[in-house]
Write a protein that binds this ligand. Structure first.
Ligand code: KIV
Ligand code: ZN
Length: 512
């Protein structure tokens, strides 16, 4: 019988650590629900001890998600571990993931601890965590660059204390596939009690090899858990991408011979949800979830595909959630067709009131745009008017005037903690004038480090999706806004980024 490969998703923890990707509690909850639909085995929901916001997000996810195991990261100390256990109380299946660095470099320069102190702290932390939950994962941070003899001692000790999963991170993305696979194999062979735990791989993508390294850890090393994120989101060059791992193992079942719980038909919806929530656009040629991943442009390929699709296709687009016969909605589409489309896209609204708000927004959009594509629907369900998320700054209305040769003027009405205010300004262009109008009230002092506009469905009728990245006092956040009017989309994105900047103010820098 084939072994099972556990899919551990860390989009909401490691993925969120990428600059600007921080998410609100409600955004995380929405993504967690999508991960549950995808039948991810373990959802790392956050780092409960890092901030009150993260604590609440882990708690909300633990209370709401019943099928997947919910995990919180924690440093190897009693306070962090207690916070994690507290946040996870409502979970059906709870896991505490505790970590401490084991490479000489990290121990000496970052922790300023001796190897013996690290060993002792790892041992005590796992013992403490095991008294609170039955499922404890231990990670030796920078494990791949650690001395192998020392690492074996640490791992043996934490398994003896009851760690149920041993995760070996390539924290800085330094590994190459064969070496990483053999590294896991060596550890499993040398640690005397290695059979008492499940082995896991956690690879970063600095050299573009996170997926290949993880697969080598599975095939050569015998790991049976892969840690990954949707779209490969994560610090620097990101983490191992969930969609690539899952489709590699599934498509090459002949080679890997592993079973997974994942239902891949929800992959594309999860990818879009994560990209629209974080503002991290998916590159068109990204495997599995890129817009071109299943597009065939050359005549020879198209001809081959028409004769037999297997000539150029190794996976079926519809298996990962690209609809084969895309039904385009328009202003005559009724509520049932709209609800059916939400269902096909794997979107579950929180309540009937939310479905009504989404449908009203859909009708509004369809009044000005003849065809509504899946991308439009995904954007509108994330809109503040539909999610009812109480952001500090909310968009109300905008008017602007621009004429060749004249300086544009804009008036923006928006809410600050529910109270309506109006800002007016001129600017270099209509977008500049609108954002300056907002700043006349907010006076955030934030620096804009990225502004990008993307046509959601490719034509000039399309909604514009704007991403704004702001930086202030060392904090970086992304705001996303969508609207057929790109000036309005820009104002929405800017207000959303300002709200995130504010809510992030109390967060402490997370380690790891
Ligand atoms: O990359 C890393 O080392 C981590 C650990 C905290 C697991 O994310
Ligand atoms: Zn990591």
């Amino acid at each position: 019988m084939a072994d099972k490969l556990i899919i551990f998703d860390t989009t909401l923890r490691d993925g969120e650590q990428s600059p600007g990707a921080s998410m609100t509690r409600d955004e995380k909850l929405r993504i967690a629900r999508q991960l549950e639909r995808l039948r991810v085995d373990v959802i790392e929901a956050g780092f409960a001890a890092s901030s009150n916001g993260d604590f609440e997000a882990v708690q909300a996810i633990a209370n709401a998600i019943k099928d997947s195991t919910i995990c919180s990261l924690s440093r190897a100390n009693d306070r962090d571990i207690s916070r994690a256990a507290e946040a996870l109380k409502g979970a059906n299946n709870a896991r505490i993931h505790t970590f401490i660095a084991t490479s000489a470099l990290h121990m000496e320069k970052k922790l300023r601890m001796s190897p013996e102190q690290v060993l002792e702290q790892a041992r005590l932390s796992v013992r403490f965590a095991r008294n609170l939950v039955a499922d404890v994962e231990f990670s030796p941070e920078d494990g791949y660059r650690s001395d192998v003899d020392f690492l074996c001692r640490v791992i043996e000790a934490v398994i003896a204390e009851g760690a149920t999963t041993i995760n070996v991170p390539d924290t800085v993305g330094y590994a190459v596939p064969e070496l990483y696979g053999n590294f896991i194999k060596t550890l499993r062979e040398r640690v005397p009690n290695s059979d008492k735990a499940i082995w896991s791989v956690h690879c970063h993508n600095d050299l573009g090899m996170a997926v290949a390294n993880s697969l080598a850890g599975v095939k050569i090393g015998g790991a049976r858990q892969v840690e990954c994120t949707i779209n490969g989101l994560g610090e620097r060059a990101g983490n191992c991408s969930l969609e690539e791992i899952v489709m590699a193992v599934r498509t090459r079942k002949d080679y890997f011979n592993l079973e997974m719980n994942i239902d891949p038909v929800h992959i594309v919806a999860a990818s879009r949800m994560v990209s629209q929530t974080t503002g991290f656009v998916v590159q068109p040629n990204k495997a599995v979830v890129g817009a071109n991943a299943f597009a065939h442009a050359s005549g020879i390929h198209q001809d081959g595909m028409l004769k037999a699709r297997e000539t150029y296709e190794i996976m079926r687009a519809e298996d990962v959630g690209w609809s084969s016969n895309k039904m385009v909605l328009g202003k005559l589409s009724g509520r049932n067709a709209f609800k059916q489309r939400l269902q096909d896209l794997g979107i579950q609204m929180e309540s009937e009131a939310d479905t009504n708000a989404a449908f009203a927004r859909f009708k509004e959009l369809a009044d000005g745009k003849s065809e509504i594509f899946d991308e439009d629907i995904l954007a509108l369900v994330s809109d503040e008017s539909v999610t009812h998320e109480k952001e500090q700054y909310g968009f109300v209305s905008l008017s602007q005037h621009s004429e060749t040769g004249e300086r544009p003027q804009a008036t923006v009405v928006f809410t600050v903690d529910g109270r309506e205010v109006r800002g007016e300004s001129d600017g270099n262009g209509p977008v500049d004038a609108s954002l300056k109008a907002i700043e006349t009230h907010v006076k955030s002092g934030a620096e804009m480090v990225l502004y990008s506009v993307n046509a959601i469905s490719g034509s000039t009728e399309s909604q514009g999706e704007v991403t704004v990245r702001l930086q202030n006092s060392g904090r970086v956040v992304n705001g996303v806004g969508a609207d057929p009017d790109i000036v309005v989309a820009s104002a929405k994105a800017y207000l959303s980024a300002l709200s995130k900047l504010q809510s992030k103010a109390d967060r402490v820098a997370a380690q790891g």
